[in-house]
Design a protein around this ligand. Structure first.
Ligand code: NAP
Length: 302
């Protein structure tokens, strides 16, 4: 079976493509720049093209049965107006171009797994959120809603579209965790804001298995929360990260107004959160290897 991945050179894409290759799939990675000296293991092909623009790359999509859409500029920086436009365009234009390319596979038994995020739910205090919960407000919630609506247009062409609402992905080779743990290693780590905001997360290895599970379980379509079953508060996360790297937490929490003054609107995604539960994965029988933050951090940081 052939898999086409946008954004497959990134942190999540590298994990899922190596797992797919292990399982015998052939993988095509669309990238804006192949660069020089990048060698591809057996079964993997790089294809150069910018997914935010229409182009020859779209002609290759119809040749694949599984399409995974991961492209998107990082959200982890100060959100200027230009940055917000980049965050939006790199997701919506990519997804629109991919969906347009799917018209070439009309009627075929193909599946689109399109990345989304728990940011869809907005900031919701202690409310427990599952796939049936309503979308929230704010910049990230609005981008994510548009991202999902665009991906769902794929239903006009192919059998299945799955909206994979990722929690924060934790892994040893990139992602947010390595940045979050740095100050703790330097004895200057502390909770952020109230510390009561929820952090919905997923171990990178579990996420790769979830995507394989969603490929194989053909009765699943629509939104799926790709998060561990035990979200934690920011205060618990800070305590557990400190334990995992054997450091004390010496400082009090950084007040929200300081984070907002330094980081602007981006700070909202640090000082507010959402408590998201993977209801559909649990009812479909998915087994998490890392259901608790303690197990995940021990595996990644030990
Ligand atoms: N990591 C998380 O914790 C997390 C949580 C929730 C949702 N997500 C979503 O999951 C997806 C994958 O996340 P990730 O952590 O693997 O991201 P990543 O490491 O930043 O990789 C994203 C990929 O997207 C492509 N890309 C970057 N900027 C782009 C732009 N301006 N236009 C078009 N393509 C661009 C890049 O591929 P090339 O440079 O090769 O073209 C890059 O490899 C993203 O859409 C992200 O929003 C991630």
């Amino acid at each position: 079976m052939k898999v086409f991945i946008t954004g497959g050179t990134g942190f999540v894409g590298r994990a899922i493509s190596s797992r797919l290759l292990e399982q015998g799939y052939n993988v095509t990675l669309l990238t804006r720049s192949i660069g020089t000296g990048r060698s591809a293991p057996a079964g993997l092909t790089y294809l150069e093209g910018d997914p935010t623009e229409k182009g020859k790359w779209q002609g290759h999509v119809a040749d694949h049965e599984i399409i995974i859409n991961l492209a998107g500029a990082s959200i982890f920086s100060f959100w200027t107006n230009n940055k917000k436009k980049l965050i939006t365009d790199s997701r919506i234009l990519t997804t629109q171009n991919l969906v347009d390319a799917l018209s070439g596979v009309r009627g075929k038994e193909a599946v689109l797994l399109s990345a989304s995020a728990v940011g869809y739910y907005g900031f919701r205090d202690d409310t427990e959120l599952d796939e049936a919960s309503a979308p929230g407000d704010g910049f990230l919630a609005s981008v994510t809603r548009k991202w999902e609506e665009t991906a769902l247009q794929g239903r006009d062409s192919i059998a299945r579209v799955v909206l994979c609402r990722f929690g924060i992905v934790l892994g040893s080779k990139g992602g947010a965790l390595l940045t979050m743990v740095k100050p703790i290693r330097w004895y200057v780590g502390c909770p952020l804001g109230s510390g009561r905001q929820w952090f919905s997360w997923i171990h990178q290895e579990d996420l790769a298995e979830i995507l394989l599970f969603l490929i194989k379980n053909k009765e699943i379509s629509g939104p799926v929360n790709c998060t561990a079953p035990n979200p934690v508060t920011n205060r618990e996360l800070t305590k557990e990260m400190a334990k995992a790297v054997n450091r004390p937490v010496l400082l009090p929490a950084i007040p929200s107004f300081i984070l907002k003054a330094v980081m602007g609107e981006f700070a909202t995604s640090l000082i507010y959160g959402q408590k998201v539960l993977p209801k559909r994965l649990l009812t479909s029988g998915f087994n998490f290897k890392f259901p608790t933050i303690q197990g995940a951090l021990k595996d990644i940081l030990a």
